[in-house]
Design a protein around this ligand. Sequence first.
Ligand code: M6R
Length: 603
Amino acid sequence: MCGITACAGSTPALPFLMQGLEKLEYRGYDSAGVTLVSGQGLTTVKAKGRLATLAASMEGGRWPQTTGIGHTRWATHGVPSNLNSHPHVNETETIAIVHNGIIENHRPIREFLEDAGYHFHSETDSEVIVHMLDYYYRGDMLEAVRKTVRYLDGSFALCAVCTDFPDTVYTARKDSPMVLGQTEQASLCASDIPALLAYTRDIVAMEDRQIAVLKPDGIRLYDFDGKPVQPVWLHVDYDVQAAQKGGFDTFMEKEMHEQPYVLSETLRGRIFQEDVNMPELDFLDMHDMKAVYFIACGTAWHAGLYAQYLFRKWIPVPCFCIPASEFRYGDYPLGPDTLCLFISQSGETADTLAALKEAKKAGAPCVSVTNVLGSSLARQSDAALYTCAGPEIAVASTKAYTTQLVLLAAIVLKLADLYGALVPDRRRLVQDLARMPRVAQDMLEAVPDGISHGAEALKDRHDAYFIGRQLDYVSVLEGALKLKEISYIHADAYYAGELKHGPIALIEEGTVVIALATQPEVAAKTISNIQETMARGADVTLITGQSQNAEGFQDVIRIPDVHPYLAVIPVTILLQRLAFEAAEKRGCDVDKPRNLAKSVTVE
Ligand code: M6R
């Protein structure tokens, strides 16, 4: 997610811009830039990489300008590079902009502007904004901003400066955050509160469809129709670190709560009624394929197991999901007729990259699913599909995983279309897929008592067992992994039917069993398996659907009524919460579990 800072003041603007960008580093970025404005012109400096690189490239310069805009870019359209980084400047170098969000209709706007004689220098969606401002500018910048924002679809928070008004910053927002602040010397704005806190604790959080005009002596706020709006000032009394966590105590909790939003961002534009929009995969001839492999590590491997399950249900081509660290040594048949799909949040996991190399060597078509634009995996694949989870800072994957699940559901539907395979109950599945952001919201808003009970029961235990059949088995693998990594409780995941073939020997009075029975086809059988553990004294939490008979169970959590193939989303959110609460009760650092790294770049 990009970060924006801007200042219209009576003292040099650069110190505020740079310290603000530093405070926004937690949002993740791959390049940075600033534009300072004076009556003499714009001075723009950009650098790929860290803020320190930007600062180094400015060293020795004189930066007395008192108005400016700054930006850290987290690439969404176009790879990280100096050209794609912000600010973007018009051709006469009189207007500059920074933007956070996605302009969904940037293509038609770009075509229109190119026909009107404008030249583009970047691959970004954002660049259309500066040329539109130029197109509409007739001496009144506020009017140009108003006309421009009217045409932008999607989400944006933007700031603009113009050499004709060297003491003014113009900012506008829709579906992307922007906060304003005022000191005796300056009017300030930024994507998030931490950037302002060293300067002021009184802030205005801009509402959607508002424009603000910042001058050294004050801020004026308007709606998109140009009607003045009274700003609502809030006093902020929390510290910078807390502010970066959006009011949550940990990044993990914040990221869990971001799931409704990032799920909708990931699905945005992908599904329409019963159809899946995924032109990236049109190059595949599914009838040519003799096998399909999903390849990934850890949580991403669980996402692959989910995709494998759907694939096998719908498409009559052999399909395997294999941990990347095993793939290259597994002698799997590989060639131009084997499709390889790699899944990785970071796109930099060494095992996954090594497997990709192997597949490419054999001439296999390679598709990647990743969260990071321009990552090694995305660059080296024949096609890259992106989850829109934004930066994930906590080591334990939460929002990255659920966004992988929904994107993979759409991908497998698309593969079924390419094959010409019939997907039973498709309408309900696609409709429910579109409902997942809402379902996630409901799961987060009302945490069932059973989860807190389960976490309390786990607090002093050394081990726990997660059981389920079919798709529930994918969820128990992920639930057990989450518990292990952040709470250090030994957790095993078993197929419920396998329990009686050995592991049941471990069940004794008080053993914690988390049991999933959300798949109607096998739920009754799972229930019998669970009863076998209860007969041996297990402390069971049952997670099941709305209509499942759960007589005799004390702790029953019912998930919303969704297509069984999507139950994995609400269930995962519950199991994330369970692991989180258990870890917190045990006093663990949930964001930085011991021995683990966010991006595993060694094999
Ligand atoms: O970046 P990747 O998705 O390739 O990372 C793979 C695993 O290391 C990762 O999913 C890991 O298992 C999670 N952080 C666990 O929560």
